[in-house]
Design a protein around this ligand. Sequence first.
Ligand code: F1P
Length: 603
Amino acid sequence: MARSDGNCSLSTVHEWESPDYEPLLPVSEKSNPLTRDIDRVSAGSIVRMLQACDAQIFQEEKGNTYKGLLSDQVVKTMMEVTRRVEIILKDPKDSLVVLSGCGTSGRLAFLVASGFNRELKELNQRSLYAYIIAGGDRALFSSQEAPEDDPKLGALSLKKVCEGKKRVLFIGISCGLSAPFVAGQLDFCLQNHEVYTPVLVGFNPTHQARDEPIPGCTFTFRSVVQRMQELAKSQTAFLINPAVGPEAISGSSRMKGGSATKLLLEIVLSAAHAAVFSHAPITSTGILQHMRAYENALDVTYAQSEAISALLEAAGQSLRCGRCVYYLGWGSLALLGLIDASECKPTFGADYKDVRGFISGGYRELNNNEGPLTSLGPEFCIAHEDFLHLVLPYLSDKDTVLLIYTHSDDVSEVVKLASRVREKTSNLHAVYHQADGDTAATVQQDDINRLCLSTLKITWLSPAPGSLLHMQWELSTKLLLNAVSTGAHVLKGKIYQNHMIDVQVTNSKLYYRASRLLQKLSGCPQHRCEEALLKAIYRVDELSTGITSSDTATHTRTARSRTKVVPLALVSLLTGCSLMEAESHLEQQSIVREAVAVIIDKA
Ligand code: F1P
């Protein structure tokens, strides 16, 4: 397939903001006009498109339809929440700040809570932040999409974490304002308001919150949001929900949604820490300045777009020939590698082995609630030692290995690992961050440069003070890794236009997204698309009443063990062929995008 150079005009930049643009979809599910051709352009253009999409996070004007990150209302609410955290920090007895979410949102809750607890420890304060992720700690590194649909589990896990507490600030994160798990927790807070103050973080306007009935519940996500809006007037509930524009790959909220979550939470918590420990006043100017620092991180990162494209090309090449991509990282940047890798499974229908992350120090470094999870299986073996035992012996030049670190890490350790890897593959690359003027590790870095095929150095001029600089490095690493894994899967042919056609249908949000995608690509009515989807899930040509009378939870449970559900449904919808014929068609053409494109063109 010939890949061209993509262009984006000003009209496509603002197109999604029009009320007529995909009017039935919330912003987080809309397709981004900027990336319509992402499946057909060169690696360099993919990176440029991702850059333009990420820049929308900070775009000031969002017409009259949407409020953005920098809007007065968002900044004001952030200041109010900061004051709540400040109060708790000053008098932490019997109090807790809980960050909670599903999938990427839960992983970022873990990252942020851990980072700020570490900061408290350095200040000789006891930890104040707790995290909850739907599905428990195993969901930190693996795809556990089903618990997201369980509001009772959400409420129960919140209650458990907060046992004995008299004051809790609960921050529920759901990028799409959609996860029943989080809705259950917010509802629990509203019912126990004498202890719990709820904050919702997400990236849709409130009227676009999900309104589908939740089995066994009297509320929907939207009705919970409406109750919170009422309480927001008296500052007993808070909503931080700027629009940051549609994702580059439709619905992939791990990307912009995740980045915006990370920076919003970090700004609020750092401002609260600064207020308590450095007596810095909480001001809108301070919050805006902090946002600009993150925007700068975006510019600094994408200034390296050529080198990022080369990495994306290498990773794509590995995936295309059935080989793997490995991230070997240090400190919290390694955690971002683990997070990015774990998301490839639900997002692209990938195998956990396709993209894998490893962290120096393993679980010791992570300090997660449930401790080491290695006994759960190879997917949970995440230490560098595990990489050396389980992966290194089988490594070849066709695999891509990426070292991720900063010059504040132990760079001599990086050299050692790089030498071991270099014995097996020359396809070794490094990405590292360095504060301008920091020359401490120059000699070791020269060794690494010699061992690696490419080295991407990100230098931070006039670096921000300690923790902010580190958070910029983290955001920068997240953007870079999201670009590499997304781009590599695009090059592997997992994306059609800007849709994930091979998405796993493992929870209700993904099930309805798959149904909508089938409607869009086949032009068939909803009932026919849902029929085709069910046939592909249950692998039958005729639907029994047993199947049609089952609920969505049963369908998504069954879909967990299936592959290529959506491509199969699409091929059979467009050709009218049996499932077996559709399966053999997809087998003949290993690139899903090509198989689907051929049939759509013929239809
Ligand atoms: C939560 C989430 C995503 C994941 C996938 C399924 O979304 O787990 O993080 O990538 O799309 O949903 P949200 O509740 O933050 O919108």
